[in-house]
Design a protein around this ligand. Sequence first.
Ligand code: GDP
Ligand code: IMO
Ligand code: MG
Length: 448
Amino acid sequence: MPQRGFTERVQSRIPRPIGLTDVPATIVVGTQWGDEGKGKFTDLLAKEMSMVVRYQGGHNAGHTLVVGDEKFALQLVPSGVLYEHITPVIGNGVVVDPFVLLREMDMLRGRGVSVDKIKVSGNAHLILPYHQELDALHERHLGKAKLGTTKRGIGPAYADKAMRLGIRVQDMLDEDIFRAKLHTVLGHSNKVLTRVFNRLPIDPDQLADKVLAECLPILRPHIADSVNLVHDALDAGENVLFEGAQATFLDLDHGTYPFVTSSNPTAGGACAGAGIGPKHIDRVVGIAKAYVTRVGAGPFPTELFDDDGDKMVEIGREFGTNTGRRRRPGWFDAVMLRHAVRLNSLTELAITKLDVLDTFDTVKLCVAYEIDGERVEKLPYHQSELHRAVPIYEEFPGWKQDLTTATEPGHLPVQAASYLRRLEEQVGVPVTLASTGPGRDQFLHWSS
Ligand code: GDP
Ligand code: IMO
Ligand code: MG
């Protein structure tokens, strides 16, 4: 039986306004190691936008939206899709597995969400099965040095793009070109699969048949010139939101390389990945958890291996949206956030999951590191130093109060307000929003 339209079901749950009406171009960017709650804030901010554009990454992302008792975990489709007024755009900087996109569109349709307005850039690159196979094989080959990727084929797809061997979404529109390009790339990748990894080759024509038969007919009406769509919207005075996936310290250039993803989640990535110049950007909202988590390998100065960490994981349900992996927990790191402010030109911060700290006796904030006996306030550029960094904490008494119903700054206990105020001072940009639960209604406007 068909479900009632999603919007119809949740009319009463449209969030309160968030106050963005005169800000045409806003970027939402993760400021830590991912899973900060970008999906939730993209959904909230989208209420006052006409378009939401994903600019990088692929289905390594897992963005969760909670509306009433319904939960959506999105991988590729922009997090504004729940609104009928939004045009969700998958930008040129994204790597798209067409089978995953179809599955996600099916899932949304099945739950009563319209997917008709979804657009996919013809310039976005495709992730195809050999990328996923190579991702898993590279990880296995690395053994103990593995990165802990999501095995979604992200690295190999961006590598093909950089090698000028990639296949773009628009290539599907011309069968001859699509087949010829698959022959070329598989001429290369099959050698790696068979001779390096001792695997079976992938038949380019069989793969072409499958993609053209199963994916193209459904995706064809969604393939678009995303750059002009975005500019036409901005020129018409509409508000456009650029949704980052992953996060600042997973950035290929600025993250903790090699323990990073293969794209640029930082705000600059929105320019390349959506086709806008830096002067178009008006507002850059950094999303940060009130603590930190990280999935996969790599340095993490404030990581916790004690009961406090277990408590964060348990209360915050810190398991990957996609892969189910336990996220590594730690205290909020203002040193990293100060660097994230610089890298992204953050205009403000939205702090999420404040409620997860509700039962802690003490809440800690890392304000500097001690490295080889010296106090260091800036993120060291040499990563060996980051591995040796010992956090210097300021401690705050816990608020020991349920924040999940707090919807105004006045609802916050004085201890929680002091923590936010100090965090904001340390980071150097205003915290404008705080989130106190996964739901659409669970946020407050903050101003110290
Ligand atoms: P994203 O990748 O940045 O979009 O974040 P994820 O969706 O992967 O992970 C964030 C998780 O925290 C999701 O399960 C959200 O539903 C949940 N969440 C978001 N904001 C809050 C909050 O303020 N409090 C709590 N308890 N959960 C939240
Ligand atoms: P969202 O958008 C958290 C991590 C992986 C791994 C590294 C490289 O939901 O915040 P990849 O598959 O990209 O080559 O893996 O990056 N990673 C994420 N961690 N949230 C994500 O996305 C992530 N996407 C990739 O765990 O350490
Ligand atoms: Mg996530």
